[in-house]
Ligand binder design. Structure first.
Ligand SMILES: [Zn+2]
Ligand SMILES: [Zn+2]
Length: 275
């Protein structure tokens, strides 16, 4: 999901992020005997800053206005029982799985999510290369059922923030496979597969913290040690300009819509698989 790390959480998170990236850069140089992709990291930083700025409006409208509106019409209120947060955790993970899967399978949603998949190398900075227009991609509708069944908007979006923060450490090549945890929780190895453009790895491993819904719905695949991963989009974007990175697929979508003759064809393109 793209927009729910708020500024207060970031203050605690940022020094850790900076330290982790510095450590990664040193290890990367030592391990791969080549220089760390600082320019690509700087592009990601630019995208990440833009994501935070646009996130103010996204949060206000999605969490503050729309989710609060739906909360008034909830069909149930989840009681303060021991199972409340475990249920929210699992429920959010389920919604996250389908949000993420749809973001890869529906052109309109891919327009925002493709930004996250644009880095051509897997480093920690990829974690905050996130799209700016989730509002227009309707990504948020996947989380509203949780509000409708009685988890408050603030709880839902805080749990989503936790899910996103967890995913930071997944974006690196330096952490190997983690034994029995593979296939149960999301690991750097599982997420490397998710960021791969190798045909065998496309559209796999959608989970946020868990891999169990990928196992249930048939999208889990383990990393093969003998396959060299190619990171990035199937039509790679080598631009260093954050604005180009963010709007590249949006431009493709709009161009495609303009080329279609009838309204029916235009709508079909918007909901079709990305091209
Ligand atoms: Zn993805
Ligand atoms: Zn990722």
């Amino acid at each position: 999901m793209e927009q729910f790390l708020n500024n207060k959480q970031l203050i605690y998170f940022l020094p850790l992020v900076a330290f982790a990236i510095l450590a990664e850069s040193l290890l990367y140089k030592w391990r791969y005997r080549k220089s760390y992709p600082w320019i690509e990291s700087a592009t990601s930083l630019g995208v990440g800053i833009g994501h935070q700025i646009t996130g103010i409006i996204n949060r206000l409208l999605i969490q503050g206005v729309m989710a609060s509106f739906i909360w008034q019409y909830r069909i149930y209120t989840v009681p303060e029982a021991w199972w409340r947060y475990p249920a929210l955790f699992l429920g959010l993970e389920f919604c996250y799985y389908w949000y993420h899967r749809a973001s890869h399978e529906v052109f309109l949603m891919w327009a925002t999510h493709s930004t996250h998949h644009s880095p051509n190398e897997m480093t920690l900075s990829a974690a905050y290369r996130l799209g700016w227009l989730p509002l227009l991609s309707f990504t948020w509708v996947f989380f509203f059922p949780l509000v409708l069944i009685g988890f408050s908007p603030i709880e839902v979006f805080t749990m989503l923030s936790i899910n996103l923060m967890y995913q930071f450490w997944l974006h690196t090549k330096l952490i190997p496979r983690l034994g029995f945890l593979e296939g149960i929780i999301n690991t750097p190895s599982a997420h490397r597969v998710h960021h791969a453009s190798n045909p065998a790895y496309l559209d796999k491993n959608y989970g946020g913290i868990l891999m169990i819904f990928d196992r249930i719905f048939g999208t889990y695949i383990a990393e093969d040690a003998n396959t060299e991963i190619v990171y990035g989009l199937t039509h790679p974007n080598y631009s260093k300009n954050p604005v180009n990175v963010v709007f590249n697929v949006w431009k493709q979508l709009l161009k495609g819509i303009a080329q279609k003759k009838t309204l029916r064809e235009k709508i079909r393109l918007i909901f079709s698989a990305p091209q």
